[in-house]
Write a protein that binds this ligand. Structure first.
Ligand code: NAD
Length: 321
């Protein structure tokens, strides 16, 4: 079982969880069920992943077989961009809870700091980035309006903790001025090619726990044929990383995850293979030396993969500009 991190909301969050992005609908229920059997307790879902119904089935099966109780699990989901308008937040969270078959989320995040025009779930779900065709249509909701609605989720018992994802420092400073409930977590892209030093310092100072996504760097983005991902040395095949891994007699994947967890972050890798699932979960039972952590941090090149302009041509959306 993974160690836990105490959030500023008072709840404990497992430091190692299971990511649900790109987990095929056809296998998602089995993958979640097997991950629970392997010892995972945190699941990182989202409206946008389009598999919350199937993931919920995996949870239901594990609960019905007595493997876990609901309170043993830490279920995370996210608010998609088209639901930022204040009055849209509670209804979509209720739909997402129904999809999962649970009555509260342990943590609910704003997925991206960008508000897009509402799309009715009966028209298209998940709605994706485009309104119609290749049109990106903004909504007028501010982050303050959205955050206030997120706070109402806690008051209504629909989410125990709330947080943010893909936010950078400037917007966090602003949000902290008006937040009645501070974000418990910040979920960001974080790997040796993007070490996010200043953002981590800000989060630490403000008592916000950081969750790293895409911990293996380019590995997650090869399937999108992103040229800068394809051209980079895969981290798990890098000679320096491999030498560090050999020193500890661990796979390179565990070294990459341990580098993040020793920096105090939570991680949420995913794998549908049982052996890899177990290996990823076991990244916290050894320690890298300070020197090795510094060597891995030295890979930083400020390279980001997960941004809209890398997925589709857009002249309208530069979230990380
Ligand atoms: P990942 O870390 O889960 O995996 C990247 C690739 O590495 C996958 O192909 C995976 O199968 C493979 N892999 C996993 N473990 C391995 C191992 N031990 N050895 C070899 N290969 C291995 O990357 P990800 O999906 O980008 O991120 C993880 C999770 O983070 C997602 O599932 C999702 O929950 C979350 N996420 C959030 C956002 C966001 O905008 N908030 C964006 C991306 C991902």
């Amino acid at each position: 079982m993974a160690p836990v991190i105490k959030l500023n909301s008072g709840y404990d969050m497992p430091q190692v969880g299971f990511g649900l992005w790109k987990v095929d609908n056809a296998i998602a229920a089995d993958v979640v069920y097997n991950a629970i059997k392997a010892g995972y307790r945190l699941f990182d879902g989202a409206c946008d992943y389009g598999n919350e119904v199937e993931c919920g089935k995996g949870v239901a099966r594990a609960i019905s077989e007595g493997i876990v109780k609901r309170e043993d699990l830490f279920i995370v989901s996210k608010l998609w961009n088209t639901f930022h308008d204040g009055e849209r937040v509670q209804p979509i969270v209720k739909k997402q809870l129904a999809d999962w078959g649970v009555d509260y989320f342990d943590l609910y995040l704003i997925h991206f700091p960008v508000a897009l025009e509402y799309v009715d779930p009966s028209v298209r779900y998940p709605p994706g980035w485009h309104y119609e065709g290749d049109e990106i249509r903004p909504s007028k909701a501010t982050i303050q309006e959205t955050w206030t609605a997120m706070e109402s989720l806690v008051d209504a018992g629909l989410a125990r903790s709330i947080g943010i994802s893909n936010f950078q420092s400037q917007l966090i400073y602003d949000l902290l001025r008006y937040a009645k409930i501070r974000p418990a977590t910040l979920q960001i892209e974080h790997h040796p090619y993007l070490t996010q030093e200043e953002l981590l310092k800000l989060a630490k100072r403000e008592g916000i726990t950081v969750t790293a996504y895409s911990s293996f760097g380019p590995a997650s983005f090869l399937e999108f044929n992103m040229q800068h991902a394809v051209k980079l040395q895969p981290l798990m095949e890098d000679d320096t990383i491999k030498a560090i891994a050999a020193k500890y007699n661990r796979p390179a994947s565990q070294v990459l995850l341990r580098w993040a967890t020793q920096r105090g972050l939570a991680v949420i890798p995913k794998s549908s293979r049982q052996e890899t699932m177990v290996s990823n979960l076991q990244n916290t039972d050894f320690d890298l030396s300070e020197e090795d952590i510094a060597t891995i941090s030295g890979f930083n090149r400020g390279i980001r993969f997960n941004q809209p302009s890398n997925y589709f041509p857009t002249e309208l959306l530069w979230i990380f500009g």
